[in-house]
Design a protein around this ligand. Structure first.
Ligand SMILES: CC(=O)N[C@H]1[C@@H](OP(=O)(O)OP(=O)(O)OC[C@H]2O[C@@H](n3ccc(=O)[nH]c3=O)[C@H](O)[C@@H]2O)O[C@H](CO)[C@@H](O)[C@@H]1O
Length: 371
């Protein structure tokens, strides 16, 4: 059977699609998957790197832009629709899934026009415009958080969670959470002051504001430099600057623009400091990690904050808003949590309790049912 997965732009849309592809391919060696995205999206690099076939179409945003760019965006969408029809006629998928992002709009509409079974997956608490529009046309809407259900037709919406890539699921399966006694031994054994491992990352593109706040936090953390083991994903632009700052302040830090094997880094972390993109949240909760969320304040409809709030209500994470973010504040929280292993352990355990590990399986089961 053939599944076409359309959309992307950012990792938060694309990686759930890759998770569904992995599940679908595991069902039958004869199954095939084709990804469709745009050349500017993360899919242009990440899909071939993951070993999948990718077709590119033309697509662009329309929402909130001035007259000329709206006309340009609409023209690109029409062209993308024609390209989508051509791909569908040539590749002949059995079903099509949109994962959000510009490319999913023309492709899912074209697929619906050709009467193919169509599905969408929404990752966020507040859905993007593409998925709101597409919901009317698809057979099933899969959602990550109950909060988004009010935007979609009741009869066809199903709460599944956010599909997790195999690298994350395998890590979770092989992991036994440490006991409080082990954490104490690790952090206070051998005369006290065992390592506290921080993983700082800013979603699929890195976060300049988090990078700068962490640099501003370093002078306040110098006394703990020997205890902190830091892995910091910066995005492309800030990598050199951030690496140099850690060196100058005497910190043991591994700085990378982008990380392929996220599971390995999650596994080692005691505390994760990150944005509140939906896929990030799904992963840190599955890994049972205590997390300080710093939501991206300009995400459409402030959806990152809403994503995080869904977890904070249950004590399963911490949040610091960007407008309150300063080096001193960030250093204060890191220090406080490094000194409080019970809080870190309890928060991670509560997060794990909210994780949904079977989203990809449920989605593929549901898609197969409609065939
Ligand atoms: C600025 C913005 O609007 N961001 C949106 C985007 O975020 P973004 O693309 O940052 O998505 P998420 O934070 O949800 O997920 C990031 C994904 O990238 C992966 N990763 C990240 C860094 C790295 O070095 N390597 C790596 O593989 C993570 O493991 C994760 O799978 O899509 C999300 C899902 O729709 C939204 O919730 C976010 O609001």
């Amino acid at each position: 059977m053939r599944l076409l997965i359309a959309g992307g732009g950012t990792g938060g849309h694309l990686f759930p699609g890759i998770a569904v592809a992995e599940e679908f391919l595991s069902r039958d060696p004869a199954n095939e998957v084709l990804f469709v995205g745009t050349e500017r999206g993360i899919e242009a690099r990440a899909v071939p790197a993951a070993g999948y076939r990718l077709e590119l179409i033309s697509a662009a945003g329309i929402r909130g832009k001035g007259g000329l760019s709206q006309i340009r965006g609409a023209a690109m969408m029409f062209y993308g629709y024609a390209q989508s029809r051509k791909i569908l006629k040539e590749w002949r998928p059995d079903m099509v899934m949109g994962v959000g992002g510009y490319a999913s709009l023309p492709m899912v509409l074209a697929a619906r026009g050709m009467r193919l079974p169509c599905f969408i997956h929404e990752q966020n608490a507040i859905p993007g415009l593409t998925n709101r529009l597409l919901a009317k046309f698809v057979d099933r809407v899969f959602i990550t958080l109950d909060e988004s259900s009010r935007f979609f037709p009741k009869g066809k919406t199903l709460l599944t969670g956010n599909p997790l890539r195999r690298q994350i699921l395998e890590m979770v399966a092989g992991q036994t959470p440490p006991s409080i006694a082990e954490i104490h031994q690790q952090q206070y054994g051998n005369g006290g002051g065992g390592p506290f491992r921080l993983f700082i990352f800013g979603g699929s593109q890195g976060a300049h504001a988090i990078n700068m706040a962490m640099l501003a936090a370093l002078p306040h953390l110098e006394r703990y430099a020997a205890r902190l083991e830091i892995t910091h994903q910066t995005g492309e632009k800030d990598a050199a600057l951030v690496a140099e700052a850690y060196r100058n302040h005497g910190f043991n830090a591994s700085v990378m623009p982008f990380i392929q094997d996220m599971a390995a880094v999650y596994r080692r972390a005691d505390l994760v400091i990150c944005r509140a993109g939906a896929t990030t949240i799904a992963e840190v909760t599955a890994c049972g990690k205590a997390c300080l969320f710093i939501p991206f304040p300009f995400a459409v409809d402030d959806h990152q904050r809403r994503n995080a709030e869904a977890f904070l209500k249950k004590g399963a994470g911490f949040m610091l808003l960007e407008r309150e973010l300063s080096g001193e504040r960030l250093a204060g929280i890191i220090h406080e949590l490094a000194e409080s292993p019970e809080t870190v352990q309890r928060t991670g355990a509560l997060a794990f309790g909210l994780a949904r590990l079977d989203a990809a399986r449920i989605i593929v089961d549901e898609m197969m049912k409609t065939l």
